[in-house]
Design a protein around this ligand. Structure first.
Ligand SMILES: Nc1ncnc2c1ncn2[C@@H]1O[C@H](COP(=O)(O)OP(=O)(O)OP(=O)(O)O)[C@@H](O)[C@H]1O
Ligand SMILES: [Mg+2]
Length: 499
């Protein structure tokens, strides 16, 4: 067999005496797209941070084209033509695309000044190569997240990258942006660039990857060719058990006879929400489907008082209410778990426990003091039910893996015990095992009488939990379907596309 471009051998790493990588082997061929998969906290990001010199391995060796290299810092990684696009982007929003690409190494003119013109010209070439319709002089902050990603990729190309690592690149992209990204990945492949691709989305992996490596609890479980392994087997390796009921729908019983717990009538807000009406009953899970930009997220932002309401009415338990800001919404019993949780939901330098109990501090006081025992109990319970991977409840949230941070935001809102729970893309970034756990939790909450509104772009997920689904298009509810009447994913797909 041909010698791999990259080979990592026997990589181990511990943090505070806890082994998060245990003798891991990983290899990458020229022009290959290699998926790195595993549950939240399995060690994917850590392995890649070792490859890029962010962390140093305790044991193990790295070879490039058969030659042993030592990568102790990000400069070493660059010298070996390795680049990584992190889960959190590293661009400066106030600078232009070109300035970001050439940041810290701008082409200088003869007397040492930054040569803006040259930067722009070179950037134009790169963008043309990627066929991205962005101008070098566009300011990053004014561009959608999809373009941030393209800028990161262009930046990597400008550094003559041979190995490009993408850590959950599509979690904040629209479907269309994702397709553009996949086209670019194909082009990079053709140029002989190798890609390590981290994602929790099974369908993507089988669409674009050549090989797949699964990590579980810091150990390598397997490496296989994508066309020689089934999705079921991959899931089994990731979870470490059979999970054949991952997306199974269970019919639930609840009543639509009484007063709806939430009723929205002719809601209008901004340019995206034009005329939204629906009812949500106690014990019901109402799914919201629609394309990106259909006004789904804006609709819940208005209901939760983040964006101003321009028209229409909101009734909670039959009583008309005025929601001017999120405090009003929380007071009438609504909780919103927003889409960009990492930005909005957490205090990263605080502990798991502090983050979970933050919204309920006033409820767990004994006199003027915090009832620490109760606080610990609540935090422990959520860590257990959501299967949050952390050494203990006192660990700083910043040190948790991406998916486990997401679960903490969820815990935080659940702890507050709201009557109406609004979840915007509840399973972005969480692994397949946790996805099913979260869906189970949603069902349990509804069984206990809570009303749940779920927005999701993953149809499988929406079909698994919803009792009823409304389809939003152009800021209006265009269709309402009982889950029982939806016999396949295609039916819903057609409804969403307006056929
Ligand atoms: N600097 C650190 N200090 C202590 N523990 C850490 C540190 N970085 C990572 N860990 C721990 O190492 C384990 C692996 O984390 P890692 O971020 O590699 O997971 P991951 O596979 O990328 O997960 P996800 O899919 O959730 O992003 C986790 O348990 C995490 O808490
Ligand atoms: Mg990660």
């Amino acid at each position: 067999m041909q010698q791999p471009l990259l080979s990592m051998e026997g990589i181990s790493k511990s943090f505070n005496g806890i082994k998060v990588l245990d003798s891991v082997n990983f290899s990458l061929h020229k022009g290959e797209v290699h998926a790195l998969m595993g549950g939240n906290g399995a060690g994917k990001s850590t392995l890649m941070k070792i490859l890029t010199g962010v962390y140093t391995a305790d044991e193990g060796e790295i070879f490039i084209e058969g030659k042993k290299v030592s990568i102790n810092n990000t400069e070493d990684a660059k010298r070996n033509y390795i680049s990584m696009i992190f889960q959190e982007f590293s661009l400066v929003p106030t600078l232009t695309v070109a300035q970001n690409i050439f940041l810290t190494r701008e082409p200088k003119n003869s007397i040492g000044f930054l040569n803006e013109k040259l930067c722009n010209e070179k950037t134009k070439e790169l963008l043309k190569e990627l066929e991205v319709d962005v101008e070098p002089t566009d300011v990053i902050a004014n561009l959608g997240v999809g373009y941030w990603q393209m800028t990161e990729i262009a930046k990597a190309l400008s550094q003559n990258t041979k190995i490009l690592i993408m850590d959950e690149p599509t979690s904040s992209l629209t479907k269309k942006e994702t397709e553009v990204l996949f086209d670019i990945i194909h082009k990079l492949k053709e140029k002989g660039i190798s890609i390590i691709y981290i994602s929790h989305r099974m369908d993507e992996i089988f669409q674009i990857c050549d090989r797949i490596t699964v990590l579980r609890d810091g150990k390598k479980i397997t490496t296989e060719n994508c066309d020689e392994i089934s999705m079921e087997t991959v899931i089994q390796h990731i979870v470490g058990a059979d999970l054949d009921k991952a997306f199974e729908w269970k019919e639930r019983v609840y009543s639509t006879e009484g007063t709806p717990v939430l009723e929205v009538k002719n809601l209008a807000s901004g340019t995206k929400v034009k005329n939204i009406s629906f009812r949500l009953y106690p014990g019901e899970i109402l799914g919201v489907a629609g394309l990106m930009g259909s006004g789904r997220s804006e609709m819940v932002r208005a209901i939760f008082g983040i964006d101003p309401i321009d028209g229409g009415e909101i009734f909670v338990k039959g009583k008309k209410c005025t929601i001017k800001d999120p405090v009003d919404a929380i007071n009438v019993g609504i909780a919103l778990i927003p889409e960009d949780r990492r930005m909005q939901g957490l205090i990263l330098q605080h502990s798991v426990k502090e983050n979970i109990i933050l919204p309920i501090l006033s409820k767990i006081k004994r006199g003027i003091f915090l009832d620490n025992r109760k606080a610990n109990d609540i935090a422990e319970t959520f860590v257990k039910t959501l299967n949050i991977k952390t050494d203990d409840i006192f660990k700083t949230v910043r040190l948790l893996s991406g998916g486990n941070q997401q679960k903490i935001v969820l815990a935080k809102w659940l702890a507050n015990n709201p009557d109406i729970l609004v979840l915007d893309e509840p399973t972005i970034g969480v692994d397949i095992g946790a996805k099913t756990e979260i869906m189970d939790i949603i069902r349990k909450l509804a069984d206990s009488g809570k009303a749940v509104l779920v927005i999701s772009s993953e149809l499988q997920e929406l079909l698994a939990v919803s009792d009823r689904i409304i389809v939003v298009h152009g800021g209006e509810v265009v269709k309402e379907l009982k889950r029982k009447e939806i016999h396949s994913e295609e039916v819903l797909q057609h409804a969403i596309q307006g056929h």
